[in-house]
Design a protein around this ligand. Structure first.
Ligand code: GLN
Length: 191
């Protein structure tokens, strides 16, 4: 199973390492031509507006948007989750717009710029170490979106079919259970 990590900006190397530890072949994706060979794609954290601009500039947007309908799962972490959302609170335009949810950027305020919390994540782990860095949260989700985790009453992880989003950074821990969950999704969609 071959999984790409979109390598335009952000925490790329960490995701590659985690995917390999969880049992996949992982490749850094720098050109849209590379997307064809993949079974799934991770969109890392970083700065969502920057990643979005680069995706448009290098011709990724339309190709990646087609992934869920081609049975190729997408996993967005932090900025990556913002890219997946259909709606961004306070902004007119969304980016990939493949998940029926509204996200709010930098949602935990300045005092809590970055922090860690151990959270139960449905289907993933009862005690996942979640690292939040200027994280967004998911304000609301549509009916077909499954909420996987909350922190402080706020939704911080969700899944809709072939799309998986989390507000925190599972790649910055030594715990690869979240990546394993994604690989199981990919397996399910390949079958
Ligand atoms: N604050 C960033 C954004 O809005 C996300 C931060 C992150 O990915 N660590 O895009």
């Amino acid at each position: 199973m071959k999984i790409g990590v979109l390598a335009l900006q952000g925490a790329v190397a960490e995701h590659l390492r985690m995917l390999e530890q969880a049992g996949a072949e992982a490749v850094a994706i720098k050109k849209p031509e590379q997307l064809k060979e993949l079974d799934g794609l991770v969109i890392p954290g970083g700065e969502s507006t920057t990643i979005s601009k680069l995706m448009h500039k290098y011709g990724f947007m339309e190709e990646v948007r087609k992934f869920p309908s081609e049975r190729k799962p997408l996993f967005g972490t932090c900025a990556g989750a913002i890219l997946l959302a259909n709606r961004i609170h306070g902004q007119d335009e969304a980016h990939l717009a493949v998940m029926d949810m509204t996200v709010e950027r930098n949602a935990f305020g300045r005092q809590k710029d970055s922090f860690e919390a151990v959270l139960p994540v449905a289907g993933v782990a009862p005690d996942f170490p979640a690292v939040f860095i200027r994280a967004p949260y998911i304000r609301e989700v549509g009916e077909s979106v499954e909420v996987l985790a909350k922190y402080d009453e706020k939704i911080v992880a969700a899944r809709q079919g072939a799309c998986l989003a989390c507000a925190f950074h599972p790649e910055l821990t030594e715990d690869h259970r979240f990546h394993k969950y994604f690989l199981d999704m990919v397996q399910e969609y390949r079958a």
